[in-house]
Design a protein around this ligand. Structure first.
Ligand SMILES: N[C@@H](CCC(=O)N[C@@H](CS)C(=O)NCC(=O)O)C(=O)O
Length: 220
């Protein structure tokens, strides 16, 4: 299995697929392509129809799009274990994953993932609305699943694709020092404490390339 990803500091969509591959325990090779360079598009030319990362190549099939990659790994290697097994919880987890995948445009546009930075950005009402919704999702899920108050856990008690989809937002909230409820903060701390996330963050901080389009805000 070969996973093409972008810069670990910036590529939020790549983080979702990479975290899924890492959490699954399946052996995979990662190929890191530098965003915003000619070689990025040249290398993807023969691999991905969208010329975007993440793209997964496995046993003669190519899967592009972060959510599809998560679903593929879940179907082919985990027998479906990466969604909650109870149908109503599974429906909720899918709804949250899809809400993340297709929404929160104000937040995603204004607060790009930039793991090594600590920045201030003025929050428009639309961004504040996105933040409030995410805060309410995380805090509700923590209230339902955390073993003890103020302790973080996975959104559905066990790790699921929903957590993979929200991991880049966790990193954005740290970068822009977004204020959230105590329960959501516990979720954020829990996610970054995962060994796979620590490995990604360490690699991201070691990168030196700069993608100007993703450098938002002013240094704190
Ligand atoms: N919906 C896609 C979006 C992928 C995407 O936009 N990836 C960005 C990197 S984070 C990319 O490849 N950008 C290169 C470009 O658009 O030229 C997914 O979920 O994988």
């Amino acid at each position: 299995m070969k996973l093409y990803i972008g810069n670990k500091n910036y590529s939020s969509w790549s983080l979702r697929a990479w975290l899924m591959a890492a959490k699954s325990g399946v052996k995979f090779d990662e190929v890191l392509l530098q965003l915003d360079t000619d070689s990025f598009y040249q290398q993807l030319q023969s691999i991905s129809p969208t010329l975007k990362v993440p793209t997964l190549v496995d046993g003669g099939i190519t899967v592009w799009d972060s959510l599809s990659i998560c679903e593929y790994i879940n179907d082919c290697y985990l027998s479906g274990a990466a969604w909650p097994q109870e149908p109503k919880q599974k429906a909720k987890a899918r709804s949250l994953a899809c809400e993340m995948h297709s929404g929160f445009h104000a937040l995603r546009n204004a607060l790009p993932m930039n793991i090594r930075a600590r920045r201030y950005v003025e929050l428009s009402p639309a961004i504040q609305q996105d933040i409030a919704r995410i805060d309410s999702i995380w805090s509700q899920q923590m209230t339902e699943f955390t073993p003890s108050k103020n302790q973080g856990t996975w959104l559905f008690g066990e790790w699921s694709i929903a957590d993979m989809m929200f991991a880049p937002v966790v990193m954005r909230f740290f970068t822009y020092e977004i204020e959230v409820s105590q329960a959501s903060r516990a979720y954020m701390e829990f996610i970054v404490s995962q060994p796979e996330m620590q490995a990604w963050i360490t690699a991201a901080k070691a990168e030196t390339e700069i993608v100007e389009a993703d450098e938002a805000g002013v240094d704190r």
